[in-house]
Design a binder for this molecule. Structure first.
Ligand code: SAH
Ligand code: SF4
Ligand code: F3S
Length: 461
């Protein structure tokens, strides 16, 4: 069979990163190999995101670029996957007739047969159907030795929460948890292939196992993953505050490989807005969870998501959000301007906040958080962090880049005679702090620890 090249452009969240990897696993038997060069690909797949309008625009502008490529190279096959594919189906072909395959979030496993179909017929192929009963949720076997030390493992798909602004339940379907034995098998295989850190992913990992009766809840699953020999760090995302149990909070004090970081999206600091968002918790409930987390793990880094300008958000609601941000002191924050999405309930909500007001509020929140982020980063100066090397620094390619246990980016130089590889865990002293990254200096003579993270925040002698 002639070897072919596939290039996947992944937009959106970790779910899509994982699904792109799944595509490679499904295509390995068809003799497709990945290429990093767009120009040398026989098949280009765009794995899309629909979370905000801007994300969807990005898809169409990229597809415009591919239309020009295809005019010069008519054999090029173009596939569109992910959440915009699932949402739009045939409509996507009407807007972008040069696309050969549109396949939704439940059709990743059918990619090999969809390619065969597209090769055999002139018309584009569209598959946004549900997953078949006999189709596995995921393929656990990695295709090759990993080049990075870190990997995502999906533990659940879909979401049943129906926050009123969010497309995810519509484009990813109902919540389904994977069997814990499969998750453990995949994690072990990844560790054998060189992975030292896994991030367990799902839209609401705290609800893992609740609806499928696998006999394993999320804290129990973490306990099992913690036992895997050779694994050194585990993370998870995303955690819904309403399902953050005391057992899970206690896991931060008990499991040595669990990093001291939690991403806990709050979305708003106003009870009235939280209710209209259908988040299922109050501001006070959220603050109590934060307090408990800090009791169990005082060094825990807490990050969050906030939506600015949700329909009906008044000045006083926004001030409550600012107030919550001050009270918690997040290590960092992802801030989003509210964006209307097709078919979600909030589209029909009255009292939309004008764009100019959203813009002003966004700037205020951004300014407030920047101060906190910088202060939290500066507090790490002088500490030694165990950094997992992830590649070359983006801005200064002669430096390396890695991540601390709390997921902060550290750039650091290496001596010419020192061999440091991607996937290696290294003690690095923090010598500088900026708003998006830290500057480090590898520590000579500090023995590297064996398995297990200790939180990685000891002061330099
Ligand atoms: N499952 C995760 C979030 C997934 S989406 C959770 O529940 O926290 C990531 C973030 O995008 C959300 O936390 C939210 O802050 C933001 N987001 C989702 N829909 C949005 C919309 N319509 N407009 C603006 N931001 C949105
Ligand atoms: Fe969207 Fe809410 Fe589900 Fe997160 S929990 S994916 S914000 S519906
Ligand atoms: Fe985007 Fe789909 Fe993830 S909408 S955020 S890629 S689940």
């Amino acid at each position: 069979m002639k070897q072919k090249r596939i290039h996947i452009v992944t937009m959106g969240c970790q779910m899509n990163v994982y699904d792109s990897e799944q595509m490679l696993r499904h295509l390995a038997s068809l003799n497709y190999r990945p290429t990093s060069q767009l120009g040398s690909a026989d098949l280009i797949v765009v794995n899309t995101c629909s979370i905000r309008e801007k994300a969807e625009h990005k898809v169409y502008s990229f597809l415009g670029r591919l239309a020009r490529m295809k005019r010069l190279k008519p054999d090029l096959m173009i596939g569109v996957a992910g959440c915009v594919a699932q949402q739009e189906g045939h409509r996507l072909i009407e807007r972008a007739p040069h696309v050969d395959i549109v396949f939704g979030t439940f059709a990743v496993g059918r990619l090999p047969s969809l390619i065969a179909q597209a090769e055999a017929q002139e018309r584009p192929v569209v598959d946004i159907g549900p997953r078949g009963d006999s189709e596995p949720l995921c393929i656990p076997e990695p295709v090759s030795e990993t080049e990075r030390g870190t990997a995502f493992v999906t533990i659940m798909q879909g979401c049943d929460n129906f926050c009123t602004y969010c497309v995810v339940p519509y484009v990813r379907g109902r919540e389904v948890s994977r069997d814990h034995k499969e998750i453990l098998r995949e994690t072990r295989l990844l560790v054998e292939s060189g992975v030292v850190e896994v991030t367990l992913i799902g839209q609401n990992v705290n609800a893992y196992g609740e609806k499928n009766g696998h006999g394993c809840d999320f804290p129990t699953l973490l306990g099992h993953v913690n036992e895997i020999q050779g694994l050194r760090r585990m993370r998870f995302t995303t955690s819904h505050p309403k399902d953050l149990s005391d057992q899970l909070i206690e896991a931060f004090g008990r499991l040595d490989k669990l990093v001291p970081h939690i991403h806990l999206p709050v979305q708003s600091g106003s009870d009235r807005v939280l209710k209209r968002m259908n988040r299922g918790y109050s501001r006070d409930f959220y603050l109590k969870k934060v307090e408990k987390l800090r009791q169990v793990r005082p060094d825990i880094s807490i990050t969050s998501d906030i939506i600015v300008g949700f329909p009906g958000e008044e000045t006083v609601d926004f001030e409550n959000t600012l107030d919550l941000v001050r009270e918690v002191g997040f290590d960092s924050l992802f801030m989003f301007k509210y964006s209307d999405r097709p078919n979600v309930p909030a589209v029909r909500f009255s009292n939309k906040v004008p764009d100019a007001v959203i813009g002003e509020r966004f700037t205020i929140l951004f300014g407030l958080q920047s101060g906190f982020t910088l202060k939290k980063n500066r507090a790490l100066i002088g500490t030694i962090q165990r950094v997992l090397v992830d590649g070359h620094s983006k801005k200064t390619p002669d430096q390396l880049m890695g991540r601390t246990p709390c997921n902060r980016v550290v750039n650091f130089p290496v001596d010419g005679d020192r061999v440091v590889g991607v996937g290696q865990m290294l003690p690095v002293e923090i010598v500088g702090a900026f708003s998006h990254s830290l500057l480090g200096q590898p520590v000579a003579g500090v023995k590297e620890e064996g398995a297990g993270e200790t939180g990685g925040m000891s002061h330099a002698a």
